[in-house]
Every structure is written in structure tokens, then in C-alpha cells.
Design a protein around this ligand. Structure first.
Ligand SMILES: [Zn+2]
Length: 150
């Protein structure tokens, strides 16, 4: 089994960060959070990408690292204990390879369950943000519609 996804992860700006729920054909779901550590972060992990999966009942906090991409890597590497974890690896691959419209729907699925912006994780408070599943700033960055339907 390959240990890397086939999707380029460099530069990290090209990688969709946020939290996404992938619904498989048999209605199995996996929620994946993709994070980028800031390039100027004062740690050995500066500029790394991490992928985590929802591993407990708290939709906001129970995430476990299962894959990473070091600066310059061209794919996420699955941590050794997750090399055979088919569905979470499949979910990560689906997110990375989805077109923006499908990926947005994956984010919306998580946002509607958690009440948080799927891109930055902030709590969605105003009706327009709740409807959009993202706040206004993230909507602008993602290029997705923002505002209440007329
Ligand atoms: Zn946001």
C-alpha cells in the first residue's frame, strides 16, 4: 500500500486547510482536519502540513494526527500505525483531489454538524455565516457564496 498520497502538497498554500467530512457510498463518514503550521512558527514543525482524523465524540477537539507532509514533500506520509487505515487515508485523498465545489460540500457537512467555520474553525454566530458554513473572511478566501439567500 502506498504511504503517500499522489497529490502534491507543496507549496502548502495549494493545500486545502480546514475540516471536512467525507461521506462514502455506504454512508460511512470520516472527518479529516488538514492544518498548516505557519512558516515562522518557532518549532521544528514550521511549514509542515498535518492531517488528523476525528477519533472521538467531540467534533471540535478529538483529532488524532495520522499523516504529515514536510516542507517540499509531494504527498502526505501516513504514520506507521495508520498505513493500513484505509478509510481515513481514502478520505484524505478524496479531499485533496476533489474539485472546489465538492470539497466545499465536504466542509459544509462538517460545519453544519459542528457549528464552526470549516476553514478556520471559528464558531459560526451570525445567520449568514451559519448558512454559508464559513465566516465572511474565509468565504472571500475560498471564493464561495456568502450571505442569506433572498
Ligand atoms: Zn473561517
Amino acid at each position: 500500500m502506498p504511504t503517500e498520497t499522489t497529490t502534491a502538497t507543496w507549496p502548502p498554500e495549494s493545500v486545502p486547510t480546514g475540516t471536512f467530512t467525507v461521506v462514502f457510498a455506504d454512508n460511512e463518514r470520516r472527518t479529516i482536519r488538514i492544518k498548516h503550521v505557519a512558516a515562522d512558527h518557532p518549532s521544528e514543525f514550521a511549514d509542515w502540513l498535518f492531517a488528523k482524523f476525528l477519533s472521538g465524540p467531540d467534533n471540535d477537539a478529538n483529532y488524532t494526527n495520522f499523516a504529515f507532509a514536510k516542507p517540499g514533500n509531494h504527498g502526505f506520509t501516513l504514520k506507521a500505525q495508520y498505513r493500513n487505515a484505509g478509510l481515513i487515508a481514502d478520505a484524505l485523498r478524496s479531499i485533496l483531489t476533489a474539485c472546489p465545489t465538492v470539497r466545499h460540500e465536504m466542509g459544509v457537512t462538517w460545519a453544519q454538524q459542528s457549528g464552526h467555520c470549516y476553514r478556520c474553525g471559528r464558531t459560526l454566530t451570525v445567520p449568514a455565516s451559519i448558512e454559508a458554513s464559513v465566516g465572511p473572511t474565509c468565504a472571500g478566501i475560498l471564493g464561495v457564496p456568502y450571505g442569506l439567500a433572498a
